[in-house]
Design a protein around this ligand. Structure first.
Ligand code: ADP
Ligand code: MG
Ligand code: MG
Length: 253
């Protein structure tokens, strides 16, 4: 049983005009086995939360805390965050030219587990996950994210999620740019990880459609850098019907 705890998180980003406050006191707790959806209008700071959890150097935490099972995540290097069991899939995944998907996965698995995976089971596991995600085997030899379509990038992330078996995963707009079939395949992969490993999930999304496939236990609505409203999956249904308008009256967004 793991717990990611975000307390009163304030984050500013470095811009050309100087530092800009984006997150203004985020409170969230994600336990193993729970799925939390973070929804909200564009520009409300959802990706900033993901970048902050990932330790992106542009995003400066000015106050608040993030812990994983009591350990201070903000003090950890990016690698240490992964070893501690955090998995972070960004809205715009980076390309890693010259490193194949297969080598990347094996290095990451080795770094996270502290030992190389046993070759025979590993090869079998990779093949099985790729087949589940309807990925052609030739995909394993391509450079990570280089020339990948939007859908391929997202499948590659879920492949990592299935094989690296993190405790808590943060997925930023995993649904963006996916057609209905790809969305279903990707969602099934996430649900397998939930069922098989008791993954705790922070699912960031602007739209509700992925939540038809991955049922959230909790929905948090982000507005202007903090959680403005919380509820169960019925809140997502309400947002689908009404949009974000009622949160935006009185703001400049
Ligand atoms: P969301 O993911 O909810 O659409 P973001 O976290 O991407 O929102 O952005 C929140 C706000 O912070 C926006 O106003 C955006 O322009 C600003 N912002 C985020 N990152 C940067 C950056 N690197 N430089 C300048 N502004 C940024
Ligand atoms: Mg956005
Ligand atoms: Mg975003």
């Amino acid at each position: 049983m793991s717990t990611l705890e975000i307390r009163d998180l304030h984050v500013q980003v470095e811009t050309k005009e100087g530092p800009k406050q984006i997150l203004r006191g985020v409170d969230l707790t994600v336990n193993s086995g729970e799925t939390h959806a973070i929804m909200g209008p564009n520009g409300s700071g959802k990706s900033t939360l993901a970048y902050s959890l990932a330790g992106h150097p542009k995003y400066e935490v000015t106050s608040g805390s993030v812990t994983l099972d009591g350990e201070d995540v903000l003090e950890m290097s990016v690698d240490a965050r992964a070893r501690a069991g955090l998995f972070l899939a960004m809205q715009y995944p980076v390309e890693v030219p010259g490193v194949s998907v297969s080598n990347f996965l094996r290095s990451a698995k080795t770094a996270i587990d502290g030992e190389a995976p046993k070759l025979r089971t590993w090869v079998k596991d990779v093949k099985e996950s790729m087949s589940n995600l309807r990925m052609d085997e030739s995909f394993a030899e391509r450079s990570v994210n280089e020339g990948f379509s939007g859908g391929e990038k997202k499948r590659n992330e879920i492949l990592q999620l299935e094989l690296l078996k993190p405790k808590i995963a943060v997925l930023d707009e995993t649904d963006s740019g996916l057609d209905v079939d790809a969305l279903r395949i990707v969602s099934e992969g996430v649900n397998r990880a939930k069922d098989n490993t008791g993954l705790g999930l922070l699912l960031i999304t602007h739209y509700t459609r992925i939540l038809r496939y991955i049922k959230p236990d909790f929905v948090h609505v982000f507005v202007a850098g903090k959680v403005a409203e919380e509820g169960g999956s019925e809140l997502a249904e309400r947002l689908e019907a009404e949009g974000y308008d009622r949160f935006l009256t009185g703001t400049s967004a």
